[in-house]
Design a protein around this ligand. Structure first.
Ligand code: MN
Length: 192
């Protein structure tokens, strides 16, 4: 199977001023595309040639894992946004956030600290664990929580390529801006 770069559910300038057109041009158009191209080249002629993306992420190692997981992670990240965001979560998702973290603001603080404090390149995640409870996780490089049996709901890419063109080294500025474009309806739908 040849993987394709998934279409974004918004235009490249739609997340401004929080994520610029220029950042999306590179992050989606160059980096995400490169992971797709690398993966297609790597799986050719291997047992993963006809596998699903999830199978490759769960079973492959080395460069094949890295590129497959980066395709999965970036698709998941970009699909979690919408122009102008949704403000705050509601319904079942808000109930679970309150149960796990006390309040939405406390969750935001803890998730932001997790995102800002990833050492080097990686990701911050909100996941549903096997007990049906929410947890915040950090992963390094391409690592993806689906390999640990966790169900991701929300992620923040903290590789420098996600923010360097907009805010240079100021990762915390990027994480502050990030909350303005989260599509909480989409995140809540991921619970089911
Ligand atoms: Mn990235």
């Amino acid at each position: 199977m040849k993987f394709e770069l998934p279409k974004l559910p918004y235009e490249l300038d739609a997340l401004e001023p929080y994520i610029s057109h220029r950042t999306l041009e590179f992050h989606y158009g160059k980096h995400h595309q490169a992971y797709v191209n690398n993966l297609n080249n790597l799986i050719e002629g291997t047992k993963f040639e006809n596998a699903t993306l999830e199978q490759i992420v769960k079973e492959a190692e080395g460069p094949m894992f890295n590129n497959a997981a980066q395709v999965w992670n970036h698709t998941f990240y970009f699909e979690g946004f919408m122009p102008g965001g949704v403000g705050i979560p509601t319904g079942r998702l808000l109930d679970k956030i309150n149960a796990a973290f006390g309040t939405f603001d406390e969750f935001k603080t803890k998730f932001s600290i997790a995102a800002v404090s990833v050492f080097g390149s990686g990701w911050a995640w909100l996941v549903l664990n096997a007990d049906g409870k929410l947890e915040i996780k950090q992963t390094a490089n391409a690592a993806c929580p689906i390999t640990e049996g966790l169900k991701p709901l929300l992620t923040c890419d903290v590789w420098e390529h996600a923010y360097y063109l907009d805010v240079q080294n100021r990762r915390s500025d990027y994480v502050s801006a990030y909350w303005n474009i989260v599509n909480w309806h989409k995140i809540e739908n991921r619970l089911s």
